[in-house]
Design a protein around this ligand. Structure first.
Ligand code: HEC
Ligand code: HEC
Length: 482
């Protein structure tokens, strides 16, 4: 990836894992740095010293402000539900109206269905955090399966599955049935860290049961757990030019990390647009994401998507006037645009600082971009012109066979995923103790999430796997402070 990112400007990117390991292994916990001025990583021709890692040299209080001026200082289970700290009174009123829309539980008489996944936005985005991968035998509550068959639809996106469309609705408003129910099984694989410590990874498989129509041959399934919805207006305000600068589709700098922009269908103007939202950066705007969620997840029509998302020729699928108004659609969009990001914690924890250095030198930040500058987002001054630390480049990356869903989504292949933002990740289990990680919730811990990295991230993953336990622990400690 061509960029001016911290890590990229360092020779260290090209150090071999073995070279790094020799140096890192020498860094015992008892010799962990007492201050940031002391070298933590011994210097040789390929390895940086602590002072070479700019983020550690510039540790001001600003470093805690992951969401710029929107940042809030909350660490409890309401930490993701806070309005941006810099909203004015009018903005706050709009945000509160959006909060009501986001929490509203729809029923048949208010337009729910006829087929749907969950009757409320916050039924999936639990406390504005993430949903859960259910245990085998349990129904899908806060996750969904995207469906398609081989080919491309008229808008350039996935071709909906005949009889099912682009998403499986696991519930129906009687007499309309659910499209199918879902059976989950977990495939378990085992491995070892470099120091011999064993680990166990599990990968969910999804099978459709009791389909209301015959399953089409060659059905493609992409399981997705509801992601957290904090800081999204800031991500929407990052200029396209920044993403173009970060992208390196042909890996011209030869670091093994490419990163591409997903070009999607912008339903607002019917033109191609830069994708940023959804786990494959498959949606261009929060407005479209919100209208799409009403339509696909809840069976609620809007002016943007006036047809019921309903397959199977039931009379209840007939087109109706918009079931929520444009003003509700707008305030609900404004809500996710103006949810604050919680501040980073334990900024001066030495272990976390060491972990941050390792995060940089192992190449994590080549995708999980540490710092970005927002431009302006029309109508949302609170997220405009902010310095943010989202730990994402909003680009799609080949993450290897292990994570692949084998279902293309606009330009994203079955192996490509959007770099997940890591801000707030340390609070995941405070918000929802059952929450897990990665697009389908397969990773129970942050360590498991890293161990699933492959493809462009294979090298980073291997360095992490081969690190001694205390250095792996330092990286995890760093992630917990985010
Ligand atoms: C059935 C569970 C479910 C419901 C209900 C739901 N969502 Fe989501 N939401 C998801 C999933 C899964 C994704 C990821 C979608 C993808 O990758 O295509 C998502 C993605 C999003 C995103 C983008 C997040 C990101 O990081 O890119 C926003 C914003 C969002 N939802 C808002 C809403 C709103 C607003 C509502 C209610 C109108 C809603 N959601 C209802 C499951 C749900
Ligand atoms: C090539 C780009 C790339 C590199 C390098 C990379 N990541 Fe990731 N990371 C991703 C993508 C893409 C995802 C989302 C994958 C998914 O959901 O299936 C992700 C997801 C994660 C998650 C889970 C996030 C969540 O919300 O569930 C964590 C934690 C994480 N990465 C940490 C790291 C660490 C630590 C490193 C360095 C050892 C690293 N990553 C290196 C691209 C990368």
């Amino acid at each position: 990836m061509r960029s001016t990112m911290l890590v990229k400007s360092h020779r260290i990117v090209h150090a071999t894992p073995a070279a790094l390991l020799i140096v890192l292994a020498a860094c015992r916990p008892e010799t962990a740095p007492r201050s940031i001025a002391e070298p933590a990583l011994a210097a040789d021709s390929t390895i940086a010293t602590y002072n070479d890692v700019p983020a550690l040299g510039s540790f001001g209080p600003d470093e805690a402000l992951l969401g710029g001026a929107t940042t809030v200082f909350r660490t409890d289970d309401e930490a993701f539900e806070q309005p941006a700290a810099n909203l004015d009174a009018a903005g706050l009123a709009q945000h509160d109206a959006g909060d009501d829309a986001f929490g509203k539980v729809f029923v048949a008489s208010t337009g729910l269905g006829p087929q749907f996944n969950n009757p409320a936005c916050d039924g999936c985005h639990v406390l504005d955090g993430r949903g859960v991968l259910p245990a085998p035998g349990q129904p899908l509550e806060s996750m969904l399966l995207r469906l398609s068959v081989q080919g491309t639809a008229g808008d350039g996106g996935p071709l909906g599955a005949p009889g099912f469309g682009g998403q499986l609705q696991t519930r129906g408003v009687p007499p309309v049935p659910a499209e199918a129910s879902v059976d989950i099984t977990l495939d378990v694989t085992r491995g070892r860290y470099g120091d011999g410590t064993p680990f166990e990874l599990r990968r969910p498989r999804f099978a459709l049961r009791n389909p209301h129509r015959p399953l089409p041959p060659g059905l493609l399934i992409s399981p997705r757990v509801a992601p957290p919805v904090i800081g999204l207006g800031l991500l929407e305000a990052v200029p396209v030019a920044t993403l173009e600068r970060l992208a390196d589709p042909n890996d011209r700098d030869g670091d093994g990390i490419s990163g591409r922009i997903n070009v999607v269908f912008d339903a607002r103007n019917g033109l191609p647009g830069v994708g940023r939202f959804g786990v494959k950066a498959n949606t261009a705007s929060l407005f479209q994401q919100t209208a799409g969620a009403y339509n696909g997840d809840m069976g609620i029509t809007t002016s943007l998507f006036p047809a019921e998302n309903c397959e199977g020729n039931y009379p209840q699928c007939a087109r109706k006037p918009a079931e929520v108004t444009d003003s509700v659609l707008r305030v609900n969009t404004f809500y996710s645009q103006t949810l604050a990001v919680p501040a980073r914690r334990d900024l001066n924890d030495l272990t976390a600082r060491l972990g941050q250095a390792l995060f940089l030198v192992t190449g994590c930040a080549s995708c999980h971009t540490t710092q970005l500058q927002t431009g302006t987002l029309a109508g949302v001054p609170a997220v405009s012109n902010q310095t943010i630390r989202p730990f994402t480049d909003l680009l799609i990356h080949d993450m290897g066979e292990g994570l692949a869903d084998d279902r293309p989504d606009f330009r994203a292949s079955g192996r490509e995923w959007r770099t997940a933002p890591l801000w707030g990740i340390g609070l995941t289990k405070v918000i929802n103790p059952d929450a897990t990680f990665l697009h389908d919730g397969r990773a129970r811990t942050l360590a498991e999430a890293i161990l699933w990295h492959g493809g462009e991230a294979q090298r980073s993953r291997e360095i992490f796997r081969l690190l001694p336990a205390h250095l792996r622990g330092a990286m995890l400690r760093f992630l917990e402070t985010l």
